[in-house]
Design a protein. Structure first.
Length: 314
């Protein structure tokens, strides 16, 4: 079996996302379900990570850069944000409200649906735009005859640590881990940093030992709680900022429910944050990252593990 090179692994990651984007595009344009649009955004972000992470291994055609993909992904954002807002109001919060508040909420949702129709028209233009189509066409042609740098021709496994290092380095130095203010803007920046680390390590996940895979799962949970916290704060702030939603700012039950959900995700984030950046976990994580791709230790010498909730009685 031929040795997998760094360049070929990068090519496989790009190919996986190109296939997903090709399958998702007609489903997104059909607009029968908001989930494919979310998956399209995720796939664009993963494509961006693969291009950025393995750029030193790949000789890509002109015009194909991670920032070009990021620009396309941003253009899908407004429509997806409105989908999330509508679902949160309609499905998560609506059933908790009394009839008088629900009537106001339903009117606000109707206005959001009209705004979403406008945003979807812009999304269709973005997906049919020449810039997006040229990007995919260039990548498809490159896939047929990929070109790698001298580094990209080298075997992947001896370079696993280096391929993840730019993303994980300094993660726990971010002040967001230690903030005590749930409204701190630094939490949103930390969430994006966590997502970048996650995607980069998931691109190497088949070489991650079980402790690293467990740590990745906890990062997913941390990102989820921070995302929920941020979305709820944005939603609450939009009541005052948006003429279409201003009436919702005066609804007491809705306000109390938003506050309760924010508190729940803040508490869960704090518990995870304390565990993830504890001295023991940081040091264990550093060892596991340095051992990427190494053979398992001999029997009788189990590797170090990351601390779990059980170690803290929770």
């Amino acid at each position: 079996m031929p040795v997998l090179s760094s360049g070929d692994h990068g090519r496989q990651l790009i190919q996986r996302q190109l296939r997903r984007l090709g399958k998702l595009r007609p489903v997104v344009l059909a607009d029968n379900d908001p989930e494919p649009l979310h998956q399209l955004r995720v796939s664009l972000r993963r494509l961006r990570t693969a291009l950025d992470q393995f750029a030193p291994a790949l000789e890509l055609p002109a015009g194909v850069q991670a920032r070009t993909v990021a620009s396309v992904a941003r253009r899908t954002g407004h429509c997806r944000d409105l989908d999330v807002l509508r679902l949160r109001l309609q499905v998560q919060l609506g059933p908790q409200l009394p009839a008088n508040e629900r009537r106001l909420l339903d009117r606000a949702i109707g206005r959001l649906e009209r705004e979403r129709a406008e945003a979807f028209a812009s999304l269709v233009s973005a997906l049919q735009a020449g810039r997006y189509r040229r990007l995919l066409e260039r990548l498809h042609r490159w896939q047929q005859r990929p070109r790698f740098t001298p580094l990209g021709e080298l075997a992947l496994v001896p370079w696993l640590v280096d391929w993840q290092a730019p993303f994980s380095a300094g993660l726990f130095l971010d002040p967001g881990w230690r903030t005590v203010d749930p409204a701190d803007e630094g939490l949103h920046r930390l969430r994006k940093r966590i997502k970048a680390v996650r995607y980069a390590l998931e691109n190497l996940e088949q070489w991650c030992a079980p402790p690293l895979q467990r740590w990745l799962e906890e990062l997913r949970q941390a990102q989820g709680h921070l995302g929920e916290l941020h979305d709820l704060q944005v939603l609450q702030g939009s009541f005052a900022a948006s003429r279409r939603l201003r009436a919702l700012a005066t609804l007491p039950v809705l306000g109390a429910e938003l506050d309760a959900q924010q508190q729940l995700h803040w508490q869960r984030w704090r518990e995870l944050a304390l565990r993830l950046h504890s001295d023991h976990n940081r040091q264990a994580l550093q060892r596991h990252l340095l051992e990427l791709g190494r053979p398992a230790p001999p029997a009788g010498k189990p590797p170090g593990r990351l601390v779990s909730a059980a170690d803290f009685g929770g």
